[in-house]
Ligand binder design. Structure first.
Ligand SMILES: NCc1[nH]cc(CCC(=O)O)c1CC(=O)O
Ligand SMILES: [Mg+2]
Length: 329
C-alpha cells in the first residue's frame, strides 16, 4: 500500500520545483542541423519537408550565419547531385572540386568555429541510388564500396570537414576510414559512425530531397541497413564501430528507435547521437499544418525525448526553430 503522505504531485505543484527535479533538458548544444546543398542558384523547396530547401552555396552560407548566431554546434551536409554527375562508380563522391567539397571549404572559410559534418555514403552519386557499388545482379558489394568510401572520406577531410559520418552500413568501413585518415595526417577528424542504421521507410522525404528516390525506384536497402526488428544486432554493430575507431555512434531513425538509443548509452557509455529523420519531421509538420498538433510543443517534446533516452545530441530539421524556441524560453 502506498503511504498516503507520499504525494508525487507535491513536486509538480510549482514551476520552480518542477524545474529543480527535471532530469533531462534540451539545449542548443544538443542540436545538429542537416542541410541540403545543390549545384544551382538560390533555394528549391522540398515539398515533403515544409520549411526545408535545397540551398546554393551562397544560401548555405546565409543559413550557416543564422545557425552560428544561434550557437548551434554543427551542420550536417547533404549534397544533391545533378543526374548527369551520377555514375556507376560514384566517382563524383571523391572529386576534390565536387559540390560537397566546395561547400565544406566555403563553410570553413567563413565560419571556422561551426562544426561541419559530412555524409560518407555513395547514394547521392550512384545512378541506382544505392549507398555502394553493385554487381550485375544489383547486390551492393562490401569491400570495393569500402575502398570508395575511404576515398570519399579523405576528400572531405582534405576539404576541411571536422567530422565524417559514414552512413552506408558496409562492414569494416570505420576501421578503413580511420586508418586512412591517420595515414594522411588527419588525426583530428572525428568519425561519427551511423552504427545502427535501420532499413526504414521514414527516409522517404530525404530521398525526395536528394533525388535518390527516383534512382532507387522500388529497390530497398535491406541487404545492408538493419532489420527494424533487431536490437542485439545493433549492439554488435556499435561495438564493432567503436573498436574500429569511431568517436561517436548514431542511431537512426530516432523516435521509433529510442530503445536502441537507451541500450547504446547504457551498454557503451560513449557519445551517442540520434537522427530525427525526414519522415519524423514530415509527420510532425503535416499534423501541425492541419492544426492537429502544436508544432513547437510537440517538436520540443520529441527532441527532449531523445535526451531522456540517453542521446548526447540530435540531428534534426527542427534545429533552427528549436534553437529559436529555446532562446525565447
Ligand atoms: N546515406 C543515405 C542517407 N543519409 C541520411 C539518410 C536519411 C536521413 C533522413 O531521412 O532524414 C539517408 C537515407 C537512406 O539511407 O536512404
Ligand atoms: Mg557495421
Amino acid at each position: 500500500m502506498t503511504r498516503l503522505d507520499t504525494r508525487m504531485r507535491r513536486m509538480r505543484r510549482d514551476d520552480f520545483s518542477r524545474r529543480l527535479m527535471r532530469e533531462s533538458t534540451l539545449g542548443v548544444d544538443d542540436l545538429i542541423y542537416p542541410v541540403f546543398v545543390h549545384d544551382r542558384e538560390g533555394r528549391a523547396d522540398v515539398p515533403s519537408m515544409p520549411g526545408v530547401a535545397r540551398l546554393s552555396i551562397d544560401e548555405l552560407l546565409r543559413v550557416a550565419d543564422i545557425a552560428s548566431e544561434l550557437r548551434i554546434p554543427a551542420l550536417a551536409l547533404f549534397p544533391v547531385t545533378a543526374p548527369e554527375a551520377k555514375s556507376l562508380d560514384a566517382a563524383a563522391a571523391w572529386d576534390d572540386d565536387g559540390l560537397c567539397q566546395r561547400a565544406i571549404r566555403a563553410l570553413k572559410a567563413r565560419f571556422p568555429q561551426l562544426g561541419v559534418i559530412t555524409d560518407v555514403a555513395l547514394d547521392p552519386y550512384t545512378t541506382h541510388g544505392q549507398d555502394g557499388l553493385v554487381d550485375d545482379a544489383g547486390y551492393v558489394l562490401n569491400d570495393v564500396t569500402v575502398e570508395a568510401l575511404v576515398r570519399q572520406a579523405l576528400s572531405h577531410a582534405r576539404a576541411g570537414a571536422d567530422i565524417v559520418a559514414p552512413s552506408d552500413m558496409m562492414d569494416g568501413r570505420i576501421g578503413a576510414v580511420r586508418a586512412a585518415l591517420e595515414a594522411d595526417g588527419h588525426v583530428h577528424v572525428r568519425i561519427l559512425a551511423y552504427a545502427a542504421k535501420y532499413a526504414s521507410a521514414f527516409y522517404g522525404p530525404f530521398r525526395d530531397a536528394v533525388g535518390s528516390a527516383t534512382a532507387l525506384g522500388k529497390a530497398d536497402k535491406a541487404t545492408y541497413q538493419m532489420d527494424p526488428g533487431n536490437s542485439d544486432e545493433a549492439m554488435r554493430e556499435i561495438a564493432q564501430d567503436l573498436d574500429e575507431g569511431a568517436d561517436m555512434v548514431m542511431v537512426k531513425p530516432g523516435m521509433p528507435y529510442l530503445d536502441i538509443v537507451r541500450r547504446a548509452k547504457d551498454e557503451f557509455g560513449v557519445p551517442v547521437f540520434a537522427y530525427q529523420v525526414s519522415g519524423e519531421y514530415a509527420m510532425l509538420k503535416a499534423a501541425a499544418a492541419n492544426g492537429w498538433l502544436d508544432e513547437r510543443a510537440c517538436a520540443l517534446e520529441a527532441l527532449l525525448g531523445f535526451k531522456r533516452a540517453g542521446a548526447d545530441g540530435v540531428l534534426s530539421y527542427f534545429a533552427l526553430d528549436a534553437a529559436r524556441w529555446l532562446r525565447a524560453g
